[in-house]
Design a binder for this molecule. Structure first.
Ligand code: PLP
Length: 393
């Protein structure tokens, strides 16, 4: 049977092989330490679960408006005003089934066949695939570790051509943990406005920021860039609600309208109970986040110190999110291991430690380690990595 050429261009997840093997080993009773988690290791706070129960009790179980019910949109508008100094109206917001779905709707709404989307490398795995699924062409913009993996303004200018439609920004970043400063965003915004480039700004890790750093949304720089920006956010990471599937987007009302039309014929409204609970999440007392943030900082600091003490590997100190991108270039250059995938495979085989190969993010000299794991597991896992690295060098 002939299948869709467009769909066949979408890659299977490179990380699947490692995680499937890790799962099998665990099921066989092996003590596998996993640094693969893409979600907080905390539970959804009680007040949010209580709201979900209330939704059931009051019968909030029917279709809602496609782009989200009134109360959650109000809560999102308030969040943007309060946290980001951004003013949006009701028709500039759409609630979807997770931020991933918000991104999918965005590219479906803005891309024509062959339109180019600039994706800074390292990138979150889904970006190139979601662009391809919408008929667009991913164009990769390389960055350097010495620049904290942030884009160079000159390189950005040079890569723009008549087919350039959009730029994806992810701050704080998965997988690097880097954060763009207001000054850096001003420069990017200036070029985007001059060249009429849409900015898709993925801010899903906004609440996971450390060391007095500040999150700035590029949309808040000025009205010109706001008119070109679609901000993507959601409750998955901030409220430990990855399974509830609620994300949202804010932007120019003509784009949001098209996204709503697309959603109306694909998934309709996101789950009503999850919307109700997310509304409570956004409006509730956020003090629980401080304790969780402190835990992430403690783990990050431990990992940063330990990794940089091990001969042959190194890492930067992430400023946000919950990932460390570990440089393994020296080890690859040594011989036996020829890239991040074989590093990850051998590490799992020999030491029962699961990690995500950097090749999945476009950087084969790196490994992504998540610190959404207990400090005990992190210590044990890094001890095993240390042994592994010493043995193979
Ligand atoms: C950078 C980034 N954006 C978006 C998402 C998707 O979040 P959601 O669970 O809301 O679909 C993730 C999840 O891993 C992510 O890392």
């Amino acid at each position: 049977m002939k299948l869709s050429k467009r769909a066949q261009k979408v890659s299977a997840s490179l990380t699947l092989a490692i995680s499937a093997k890790a799962k099998k080993l665990k099921e066989a009773g092996e003590h596998v330490i996993s640094f693969g988690a893409g979600e907080p290791d905390f539970d959804t706070p009680q007040y949010i679960c209580d709201a979900a129960r209330e939704a059931l009790e009051i019968g909030f179980t029917r279709y809602t408006p496609v782009s989200g019910y009134e109360d959650i949109k109000e809560a999102i508008i308030y969040k943007f005003k309060n946290d980001n100094d951004l003013l949006y109206k009701n028709d500039q917001i759409i609630v979807s089934n997770g931020a991933k779905h918000s991104l999918f709707n965005t590219f479906q709404a803005i891309l024509n066949p062959g339109d180019e989307v600039i994706i800074p490398v390292p990138y979150w795995v889904t970006y190139p695939e979601t662009v391809k699924m919408s008929g667009g062409k991913p164009v990769f913009l390389e960055t350097n570790e010495k620049d904290n993996f942030k884009i160079s303004i000159d390189k950005f200018k040079n890569i723009i051509n008549t087919k350039t439609k959009a730029l994806i920004l992810n701050t704080p970043s998965n997988p690097t943990g880097s954060i763009y400063t207001k000054k850096e965003l001003e420069k990017i915004a200036d070029i985007a406005v001059k060249n009429e480039i849409v900015v898709v700004s993925d801010e899903i890790y906004e609440k996971l920021i450390y060391d007095e750093k500040e999150h700035v949304s590029i949309a808040a720089i000025n009205d010109d860039i706001k008119d070109l920006t679609i901000v993507i956010n959601g409750v998955s990471k901030a409220y430990a609600m990855t399974g509830w599937r609620i994300g949202y987007a804010a932007g120019p009302k003509d784009i949001i309208k098209i996204m709503t039309n697309i959603q109306s014929h694909s998934t309709s409204n996101p789950n009503s109970i999850a919307q109700y609970a997310s509304n409570a999440a956004l409006r509730g007392d956020h003090s629980f986040m401080n304790e969780r943030r402190d835990k992430f900082i403690e783990r990050r600091d431990y990992m940063y110190k330990k990794i940089n003490l091990i001969q042959g590997i190194s890492c930067l100190k992430p400023e946000g999110a919950f990932y460390i991108l570990m440089n393994i270039k020296e080890i690859i250059d040594g011989g036996e291991i020829d890239g991040s995938f074989s590093f990850a495979e051998k590490l799992l085989d020999k030491k029962r430690v699961a990690v995500v190969p950097g090749i999945a993010f476009g950087v084969d000299n790196f490994i992504r380690l998540s610190y959404a794991n207990s400090l005990n597991n992190i210590k044990e896992g890094l001890n095993r990595i240390e042994k592994f690295v010493n043995e193979i060098q």
